[in-house]
Design a protein around this ligand. Structure first.
Ligand SMILES: Nc1ncnc2c1ncn2[C@@H]1O[C@H](COP(=O)(O)OP(=O)(O)O)[C@@H](O)[C@H]1O
Ligand SMILES: [Mg+2]
Length: 494
């Protein structure tokens, strides 16, 4: 509506100016016309009277001339004509009402014209000097009222003002109505439609009422809405199809994982079950000695233990319990895990070296993290068949998480475990975190250790990074979010 209002205002101001100038010129011309008309009347009357009075005064004397002037005054009602002495000073009745310098008249036709208020009434005076040789200087005074003329001019001004205001108001109202109908309303409709499109509603259309530029714009916007709605429908359909495909893929993936788990469980439990079944059958034979029965029972107990371990690890992998977090010094947590492994490492000729550079605090579940560390360190020990050194470092520093992790680069706590073992080949390294992936002999590995470790670290908001070189060794790095340092410097629990 602002555009319509502005148009209307501009149009109204233009119309007002034109009419006002026209009215002013009319009044100006009218007063100029009056002036010219009067001057011509005064000139004519003055000249005739001058000639007549001059003639009569010269031939018949002063009294006859003055009589002629009185007769002239009586015969013209609208004009007052008087005989005045130009050098008279004492008698007010006989001297000019408006004094003037008669010896140097300014007017070219020798008639002096003056305006004067007489008892509140504006009048115009014209003096026709009659100067005869040897006679007293006299003049004929012709005067008339200006009231009628002024009244007429005032009436003209009032009438012109009323006309100006009326025409301006009417034109303004018409401009407002047309502006609203042609511009304001269609533009408001366009802006409402643009808002609807901005909100993502492509369903409504503009009703095009005028065949002008604004109407064309409305049609274009309608066409644009059609295109947008069509594109929107296409995108929605494509997205739906993509989601369905993803769901299908996820389903296939789930099936694959379940299959892997089932075959892993069957494979891992199959061997001990076979052993148990065989031993149990043998134990049923009455011919067995007490020692033989004892040995059978021992084998059965051992195999049962193995199955219990597998099932416990499976449960660990699938555990529902979230970590019970607390701020811990990672040095203590790591020592706790490695101390348990030391006897086994020594037996295999592996030395464990721990490097640390000060406290590294992180919010962790100590038991779970120790399990993850044990699984990784255990693999390292197992990988060094001929003995070697397992180097463990606890530190914190700048790190960039993998893209799929989603966190931003920054300061992270890090525990690295490096061995001098056989290393992992490029085609195997992408599978090591899969459940039941193992390259070890039956009884050595279940393929669950790294998947459990990976799950634990992920639940802590961290990630595991692995680099390996076949024949030289493997480096695992566990990254965790560092805990905010305790301002009071209170010692962290182990
Ligand atoms: N430090 C390592 N050196 C060489 N190979 C490793 C190392 N850690 C893991 N692996 C490989 O990853 C596999 C999976 O490990 P893991 O999940 O712990 O199962 P498991 O130890 O029972 O085989 C191992 O079988 C091994 O081939
Ligand atoms: Mg293992």
């Amino acid at each position: 509506m602002m555009l319509a209002r502005r148009l209307m205002a501009a149009l109204t101001v233009a119309i007002f100016c034109i009419i006002a100038v026209n009215a002013y010129l009319r009044v100006h011309w009218a007063s100029a016309y009056f002036e010219a008309d009067r001057q011509s009347d005064e000139h004519l009357l003055g000249r005739v009277l001058e000639l007549a009075v001059r003639n009569v005064w010269e031939n018949e004397g002063e009294e006859a001339a003055r009589y002629l002037v009185r007769r002239a005054d009586d015969s013209i009602a609208a004009v007052r004509i008087r005989w005045v002495w130009l050098d008279e000073e004492a008698n007010a009745d006989q001297r000019p009402i408006v004094p003037f310098d008669y010896e140097h008249p300014a007017e070219p036709d020798n008639i002096v014209r003056l305006q004067h208020d007489e008892a509140g009434e504006p009048r115009r005076f014209a003096y026709v000097p009659i100067v005869l040789n040897g006679k007293r200087p006299a003049a004929v005074e012709i005067s008339s009222s200006l009231i009628k003329q002024r009244g007429y001019l005032r009436g003209t001004v009032v009438q012109a003002s009323i006309t100006t205001l009326t025409i301006t108001t009417i034109c303004g109202l018409i401009a407002l109505a047309l502006g609203y109908w042609w511009v304001g309303q269609p533009i408001a409709e366009l802006s409402r439609q643009a808002q609807r499109v901005g909100r993502g509603d492509f369903s409504s259309r503009i009703v095009v009422r005028h065949r002008d530029e604004v109407g064309q714009l409305g049609q274009e916007i309608n066409a644009m809405c059609d295109h947008l709605a069509e594109a929107h429908r296409r995108v929605a359909a494509e997205t739906e199809a993509r989601i369905a495909t993803l769901e299908q893929l996820r389903h296939v993936d789930r099936l694959k994982t379940v299959g892997q788990l089932a075959s892993g469980v069957a494979h891992e439990l199959g061997t001990p079950l076979n052993v148990i079944a065989g031993r149990a059958k043998r134990g049923l034979k009455r011919t067995q000695t007490v020692e033989e029965q004892h040995e059978t029972m021992e084998v059965i107990a051992e195999q049962t233990n193995r199955m219990t371990t597998i099932i416990r690890q499976l449960l660990d992998f699938a555990r529902r319990r979230g970590p019970r977090l607390g701020v811990r010094d990672l040095r203590h947590v790591t020592h706790g895990a490695l101390d348990m492994l030391t006897p086994l490492a020594e037996k295999r000729g592996v030395a464990i070296r721990i490097r640390e550079y000060g406290p590294v605090a992180a919010e962790v579940d100590a038991t779970q993290l120790q399990q993850a560390l044990t699984n990784i360190a255990m693999n390292g020990i197992q990988a060094m068949g001929g003995g070697g050194e397992l180097r463990v470092t606890i530190e914190s520093g700048f790190a960039a998480p993998p893209v799929e992790h989603g966190a931003s680069p920054g300061e992270y706590a890090c525990i690295s475990i490096e061995d001098e073992g056989a290393g992992i080949s490029a085609d195997q390294i992408s599978h090591i975190f899969e459940p039941f992936f193992t390259t070890k002999e039956v009884g050595e590995g279940t393929g669950l250790g790294l998947s459990v470790a990976w799950g634990i670290v992920r639940e802590h908001g961290g990630w595991i990074d692995v680099t390996s070189e076949v024949g030289r060794g493997t480096l695992f790095r566990i990254y965790l979010c560092p805990a905010v340092a305790d301002a009071a410097g209170a010692p962290m629990p182990a």
